[in-house]
Design a protein around this ligand. Structure first.
Ligand code: M6R
Length: 610
């Protein structure tokens, strides 16, 4: 949450920073601001900020013509936590000689504020960030390193900071704890940012600033120091996707583009893990031993990633016969979980920085469990904290609504289920090879479903007017229903609920009246007739039914208003097609309602706060 960019080099800093902020807007978009250095010995740091989107900042900046092109600065796009959405609460914040931007939360800001007040120092905003600026300034006696280090010793919580000291306008300092920050130096200058997408126009090589370290950026170099003042050389990471991957590429929205990217994303994710037709994680340095002697698997995640975990539970229990629980990370972290060294905790996260999922991993490790992360962003905190990591190769996912990150997570759930089953001798090599081949083939079915866009667009004509929509399914289809409901709520702002189809009659069916849309997934053979019975129940109460089945089912057309038929396929792999259907239904409904699909209200893509 919140996107930050710092730049110092030989090019227009205002342009580089605002372009970077536009790329980071998925992280928060309620206000934006920039501080840049100008040739004014009295006030060398100029701050411009505004509420609303980054474009508001771009427009506002046009009013400020400088005598010479500013070559350094820091910029921020905000998702408000402490203090409302006002200009004064927007970043950068400044106190004394310190100007900074911040991503994270300073948890002890009230205590620190009380201490500062005793010295007659009072903030002007309601933010925790301004207190951090005041604390750093209180320690500053000309040595930036010492001031930042001392401040970090008293600041509790999470932070990535980019800091300018007004008496050192030729430098930018950065540090972080429990919040992401990458840095890069190239011929254009030195950069720090929340995410490589902000600076991919300039370089594909970057490094992750380690915690408890301070980076000093000048126009031609970045030096990283540990807290003892020793120089540290971080490992360089190279991104293997192109800048086009982070642009809309002709699509109206990132979400639509990312829906279309799913077949490639799944292939890119599973191919390196299939050796001689069998699941194999050796190139990820994930040993088979990780999956041996397990009594229990806990999958922990949030939102869409958690829904991928729900599907993983069904698959792992089916093939590997190990009890799996799926725990919402924000609950798990404050529970008293019964886990030990015979428990494998799988944390799933697109961003790799979700605060609750990270805390869940830390708790699991502290209790002796083995931890495996399934993460999309290379080098992200959850990946670094976990014992082992399987990276999904979805490429950058920009739309706040997760699509391709979900289906690649699903694909790894399948491979993990088959792998553990093989290790336990519950699945022969031949059967595993056959299942793995079906998984690969399901990508073609996904492509066919992506081509059903016209049909799905048509169906949403009715949905866009609904006040409540219900999603039903059983087994794998229930996990899909949960994701369908979340996606719809998130971007169309229509209330929706997902129900295990058999559970509806235990209360919720009272909400089904004339024309209430019910989207029912009936793609699992063993419960097909049961779901159809549930559809009959809602239909007879007036529901407007959209029914999804596999090809080949003889569906009584009076049962539903729309019948969506999946390609002919093995029931185990229908989630890949059902995912596309639920994504399209949400997407087209939001488009028809003229909403901001990629940046739904109140949300941010990376949820780095509790
Ligand atoms: O980055 P993560 O996968 O950890 O994010 C978890 C959720 O915040 C995320 O999946 C969220 O639910 C999506 N915006 C849903 O589309």
């Amino acid at each position: 949450m919140c996107g930050i960019v710092g730049y110092i080099g030989n090019t227009d800093a205002r342009q580089i920073i605002t372009c970077g902020l536009l790329a980071l807007e998925y992280r928060g978009y309620d206000s934006a601001g920039i501080a840049y250095c100008i040739n004014d010995s009295l006030n060398p740091v100029k701050i411009v900020k505004t509420t609303g989107k980054v474009m508001n900042l771009v427009n506002k900046l046009e009013q400020y013509n400088e005598d010479s092109v500013p070559l350094s600065g820091i910029g921020h796009t905000r998702w408000a936590t402490h203090g409302g959405v006002t200009e004064v609460n927007s970043h950068p914040h400044s106190y004394g000689r310190v100007t900074l931007i911040h991503n994270g939360i300073i948890e002890n800001y009230r205590e620190l504020s009380d201490i500062l007040a005793k010295d007659g120092k009072f903030p002007v905003s309601q933010t925790d960030t301004e207190i951090a600026a005041m604390v750093i300034d209180s320690y500053y006696e000309g040595d930036a390193f010492e001031a930042i280090k001392k401040a970090c010793e008293v600041l509790e919580g999470s932070y990535s900071f980019c800091i300018i000291f007004s008496d050192q306008p030729d430098k930018i300092y950065a540090t972080r704890k429990n919040s992401p920050l990458i840095a890069a130096n190239c011929s254009t200058g030195s950069f720090v940012a929340s995410d490589i997408v902000a600076i991919i126009d300039y370089t594909k090589d970057y490094f992750i600033l380690p915690e408890n370290h301070i980076a000093k950026l000048t126009s031609d170099s970045i030096t990283v120091y540990d807290y003892f003042g020793n120089i540290f050389t971080p490992e360089t990471i190279h991104v293997n996707w192109d800048i086009a991957a982070a642009k809309k590429g002709g699509y109206e929205h990132f979400m639509l583009k990312e829906i279309h990217e799913q077949p490639d994303a799944v292939i890119n994710t599973i191919s390196p893990r299939i050796v001689k037709g069998l699941p194999d994680f050796s190139s990820d340095n994930v040993p088979d031993d990780l999956f041996k002697n397990l009594n229990r698997i806990v999958i922990t995640a949030c939102g869409t990633a958690m829904h991928a975990g729900m599907l993983g539970k069904v698959m792992i229990e089916k093939y590997a016969r190990i009890p799996v629980s799926v725990d919402i990370a924000s609950e798990f972290r404050y529970s008293d979980p019964i886990i030990d060294e015979h428990t494998l905790v799988i944390a799933i996260s697109q961003s790799g920085e979700t605060a609750d999922t990270l805390a869940a991993v830390k708790l699991a490790k502290s209790l002796g469990a083995r931890t495996l992360a399934i993460v999309n962003v290379k080098g992200s905190i959850i990946a670094l904290e976990s014992d082992y990591v399987l990276y999904t190769h979805a490429g950058p996912e920009i739309s706040v609504a997760s699509t391709k990150a979900y289906t690649v997570q699903l694909s790894l759930m399948y491979l993990i289920a088959y792998k553990i089953a093989m290790i336990k001798n519950l699945l022969s090599d031949n059967d595993a090879r056959c299942r793995t081949e079906c998984l690969i083939n399901s990508v073609d079915d996904m492509k066919a479903t992506i081509n059903m866009d016209q049909e799905l667009f048509y169906i949403t004509k009715k949905l866009k007017k609904a006040d409540n929509i219900f999603y039903l399914g059983r087994g794998l289809d229930y996990a899909i229903a949960c994701e369908g409901s979340l996606k719809l709520k998130e971007i169309s702002y229509i209330h929706s609920e997902a129900y295990a189809a058999g559970e509806l009659k235990h209360g919720t069916i009272s909400l089904i009246t004339d024309n209430v849309p019910v989207i029912a997934f009936a793609t699992q053979d063993n419960v097909y007739s049961k779901v159809i019975s549930n559809v009959v129940e809602v239909r007879s109460r007036g529901a407007y039914v959209i029914l999804v089945t596999k090809s080949g089912e003889h569906v009584d057309t009076s049962l539903c208003d729309h019948h969506i038929t999946l390609p002919k396929m093995d029931e185990e792999f229908t989630p890949f097609c059902n995912a596309v259907i639920l994504q399209y239904l949400a997407y087209f409904t939001a488009v028809r309602r003229d909403l901001n699909v990629d940046q739904p209200r109140n949300l941010a893509k990376s949820v780095t706060v509790e």
